[in-house]
Design a protein around this ligand. Structure first.
Ligand SMILES: [Zn+2]
Length: 491
């Protein structure tokens, strides 16, 4: 059944074709009479003929064609319906299973085709549309601007339904059907039968950004065609080529290789990765020994399925705070700590924020080829552990690392799936204040860092994305948005 992205594709395709054109005639093929019931074809023709199309838009999974008389033609394609536009009827074939033809004043035609006869067309006046039950009941449209995190989270916290069922219910949220519901739950790492109100706020954020980006990409691919859905030019959607779990039972998860499973949730099919979509994931913690002496791989530039996100930014812009939040809250992402020769600062945890080693240990790690890149900054040595990155990617997680802009470019030259996120302070003054207020920097270190701030800021211009670190909460929302932009992208 066409879902929000498919119906929106139809609407987008019709807008520049039929608006401002006059419907001259309507013809019905045999079996199509029931589609306009309770009207008869002749009543329908009387109501519609000679009207000019003034607008075409989408309401949930319905196409709404507005006419000059104020009448709205509400079309629901249900299971197998198609809306096809033909700009040259004399030289091209009408679609198979043609049911209704709308003929325009310029000779062009709009077809309703359906191999069954389930399509429903309802005519409503301006007043009737305001009280039409099916529209009054529609929840917030996931493709609209009204779909905000606040409204979404409120919907979740109020519901005891299973999340898979809640997302399918058009009264709670409109525009999603079973294809996209399964896909977004996979991206967010959520178990389909989990109760909506038991989701953590971070799960809700992951789900929100997965919905935003999956539907956006699906729209860009003109929807998903398995069998019957067609775009108005008669073509197929392409999003079926990018599905990660839907109808992939038995095939390996793209993230971890575990076979995708199928289960029933309130009578509907749900597809999931049994390893990545569990109710309470148990975090595997690496031992300090593994962190310090990571396993080495010969070919780290091989193509791995997951992503590397690199945070860059000037001193005190908030890299550590944001990286901890991202690693704690965004599913499938692990912070790979940098190996450092300096002493831990107050609050820094060895093996989490950084791996602190002696000069001698660092030297032997260089000899053992443990680093993707290493360098020196303010008199201390820094190295990015090669084995740990490869191991994290192979384990099915994305990697998060904090690096200098030069280091970031180096990583991007080795790994094709690495993205640089630059953190920008709200203003230079606020950044200077943050550096001055640090009590873990010495006076000389503060002076040195203040000197290089401007240069550090300028080097952010090579970032793929930027976040202005206004507040920690807003910075985290931006990070979710960026990470899901990358994870869901199809081009
Ligand atoms: Zn998996």
């Amino acid at each position: 059944m066409p879902e929000g992205p498919e119906v929106q594709t139809i609407v987008n395709g019709l807008q520049n074709k039929i608006i401002n054109h006059r419907i001259e005639n309507i013809t019905f093929a045999e079996g199509a009479e029931s589609m306009v019931a309770p009207l008869t074809p002749s009543d329908f023709r009387t109501l519609i003929a000679n009207q000019i199309v003034t607008n075409v838009h989408r309401r949930g999974k319905f196409v709404d064609i507005e006419l000059s008389s104020g009448i709205h033609l509400i079309i629901h394609l249900l299971m197998t319906g198609q809306i096809i536009f033909n700009n040259d009827p004399h030289n091209s074939q009408p679609p198979k299973f043609l049911r209704i033809v709308f003929q325009f004043e310029n000779g062009q035609e709009l077809y309703i085709a359906d191999k069954s006869t389930w399509v429903k067309i309802v005519c409503l006046s301006r007043d009737e549309i305001k009280t039409y039950k099916k529209f009054q009941d529609l929840g917030v449209d996931v493709l609209s601007e009204q779909f905000t995190f606040t409204t979404f989270y409120e919907t979740l916290t109020k519901s005891q339904r299973m999340i898979h069922s809640l997302l399918l219910n058009q009264k709670s949220l409109s525009g999603l059907g079973n294809i996209y519901v399964n896909e977004v739950l996979f991206y967010a790492g959520i178990n389909p039968p989990q109760k909506a109100n038991s989701l953590l706020q971070a799960d809700a954020m992951a789900l929100y950004y997965a919905i935003r980006h999956v539907t956006k990409e699906a729209l860009q691919q003109k929807g998903t065609t398995f069998s019957d859905y067609r775009t108005p030019d008669g073509g197929k959607g392409q999003y079926q080529n990018f599905l990660k779990v839907f109808k992939r039972a038995g095939k390996p998860c793209i993230r971890c290789g575990t076979p995708i499973e199928r289960m029933k949730v309130a009578g509907r099919s749900a597809f999931l990765c049994p390893r990545d979509q569990v109710v309470n994931p148990v975090e595997k913690t690496l031992t300090s020994k593994q962190l310090t002496f990571p396993e080495l791989h010969d070919n780290q530039s091989e193509s791995l399925p997951n992503y590397i996100f690199i945070l860059v930014g000037p001193s005190s812009v908030g890299k550590t705070t944001l990286s901890r939040q991202i690693a704690a809250k965004i599913p499938f992402i692990k912070l790979v700590p940098t190996v450092k020769t300096r002493q831990p600062r107050p609050g820094e945890v060895d093996g989490v924020d950084a791996i602190f080693v002696s000069d001698t240990e660092f030297k032997s790690m260089i000899e053992d080829d443990c680093f993707v890149i290493h360098g020196e900054c303010y008199g201390n040595k820094y190295g990015t552990p090669k084995g740990l990155i490869t191991q994290t990617l192979r384990d099915g997680s994305d990697v998060l690392i904090i690096l200098s802009p030069e280091g970031a470019l180096e990583i991007q030259s080795i790994y094709s799936n690495a993205y640089v996120i630059g953190l920008i302070p709200p203003s230079m003054d606020s950044l200077k204040r943050r550096v001055m207020n640090r009590d873990d920097y010495s006076a000389s270190e503060k002076a040195a860092r203040l000197d290089t701030l401007e240069m550090e800021l300028n080097s952010l211009s090579h970032s793929d994305f930027t976040i202005v670190t206004e507040t920690p909460e807003q910075a985290l929302h931006n990070a979710f948005d960026i990470i899901y932009t990358i994870r869901c992208k199809t081009t």
